[in-house]
Design a protein around this ligand. Structure first.
Ligand code: GLU
Length: 422
């Protein structure tokens, strides 16, 4: 029911949107079209396990909409992947790309698998099999996959390699068929940190607009690529990172952690628990362990869910004490939770804006591949700042003008671009 839930949030802007444009019938048509993805691909992936047995895994690629350009979106490896989830995330990609004004549409892919249960070789075989199954439907001018939850540049490198092998072409432009590749393999500088960097840019714009004074306290759920990099950038900008967590649990200190040291400690110990690193020192007396549930309910200025969807729902929405929520995960709030928090006056900076840094730098990676260029990290971050600041300012103006939430303003901004193209 995830898709219905998310689309319901989107439907709330329909009447308002109709009052802003000329052709009301066209708006009705467009909503009908966007309520269904354009194509859903389901594949079965046989994998010969190292014990000699064959196991079949389910995979998906759902292409939601391509009115603005080729489909674009990540691929996740996760045991609970299903059509409904991938469809929802594909829809959000359509909106996200339109919002940042990228000439791209929306898609998402996934394999129902726990990658931690696979050997390196099995992971490679499964990734290559997935590309063989969706090959006909992807390419630089059709659909460009990228990393997402539990996938990274190593997996994308296997995928682009398989793609190029099948296409039997030496045209380097074909490297643009996937983004999030490693730097050595025509990936972009800064892509790895891009989603976190984007979150920092958007939050900074917000803090400037409403004139908040630092240090602001921050709790971040999720210490993967997105959560870690964002924590690192926010620490550098003098935010106080009082709580961090991974899937196994969290840590808390009123003094505020140094995320880079916490990461070093986590790598050594295999878990975040006990990694109470402040300044340049880690010490067991500096902090305490907390649960993921408690982290979400902490009394902080800014709460940042950076892991999975629906973590804030009817069960905990009333207990949320943060004043601002920066949605770095896709869809971390259920529709009901969104409503409860809006009523409580919590400011929600929506996923489609907050985490759009990743796909924006993916777009830069495509441009570099297609034009045979190599941008420095400085240039990548400078361009990212331009794109995201522009999107933020447009959304902010619209929010002020219409007196609506940032999510509604983002939906309207994105829809306006799709409507104009339709
Ligand atoms: N998976 C990321 C997202 O949800 C990035 C997608 C991309 O780079 O295409 O936005």
């Amino acid at each position: 029911m995830l898709f219905e839930d998310t689309f319901k949030k989107f439907l709330e802007i329909k009447e308002l949107f109709k009052s802003l444009v000329k052709d009301r019938k066209k708006v009705e048509e467009l909503f009908k079209i966007l309520e269904k993805p354009q194509r859903e691909i389901k594949v079965y992936l046989p994998l010969k396990r190292e014990n000699g047995e064959i196991e079949i895994f389910e995979g998906y690629r759902i292409q939601h909409n391509n009115f603005l350009g080729p489909y674009k979106g990540g691929i996740r490896y996760f045991p609970q992947v299903d059509e409904d989830e991938i469809r929802t995330l594909a829809f959000l990609m359509t909106i996200k790309c339109a919002l940042v004004d990228l000439p791209l549409g929306g898609a998402k892919g996934g394999i129902k698998v726990d990658p931690k249960n696979l050997s390196e070789k099995e992971l490679e075989s499964l990734s290559r099999e997935y590309v063989r199954k969706i090959y006909d439907f992807i390419g630089p001018d059709k659909d460009i996959p990228a990393p997402d939850v539990n996938t990274n540049s190593k997996i994308i490198d296997f995928m682009i390699d398989e793609y190029l092998e099948i296409s039997k072409s030496i045209n380097v432009k074909l490297k643009a068929a996937f983004t999030g590749k490693s730097i050595e393999n025509n990936g972009s500088e800064g892509r790895e940190e891009a989603t976190g960097k984007g979150g920092e840019i958007i939050l900074e714009r917000f803090v400037e607009k409403v004139n908040l004074k630092k240090p602001l306290t921050v709790a971040i759920q999720g210490f993967g690529n997105v959560g870690y990099n964002l924590a690192k950038f926010l620490y550098q900008k003098s935010y106080k990172i009082v709580a961090l967590s991974d899937s196994k649990g969290g840590i808390y200190s009123r003094e505020g952690f140094n995320p880079e040291l916490v990461m070093e400690c986590k790598k050594e110990k295999g878990m975040i628990s006990g990694c109470y690193c402040i300044g340049s020192v880690c010490d067991l007396s500096f902090g305490e362990d907390i649960s993921n549930k408690d982290l979400l309910e902490l009394d902080v200025d800014i709460l940042i869910p950076s892991a999975l969807e629906n973590v804030i729902n009817t069960e905990n929405a009333e207990n949320i004490k943060a004043k601002i929520i920066l949605e770095m995960a896709n869809n971390p709030l259920t529709e009901e939770a969104d409503e409860i928090l809006n009523k409580k006056g919590v400011i929600i900076i929506p996923d489609i804006l907050a985490n759009s840094g990743g796909v924006t730098v993916s777009y830069f990676e495509m441009l570099q591949n297609l034009n045979n260029e190599k941008w420095s990290k400085e240039k990548v971050f400078e361009e990212l700042e331009n794109y995201l600041s522009k999107a933020f300012n447009e959304i902010w103006q619209l929010k002020e003008k219409l007196n609506i939430s940032l999510r509604k303003a983002s939906f309207i901004m994105a829809l306006k671009r799709i409507y104009e193209k339709y």
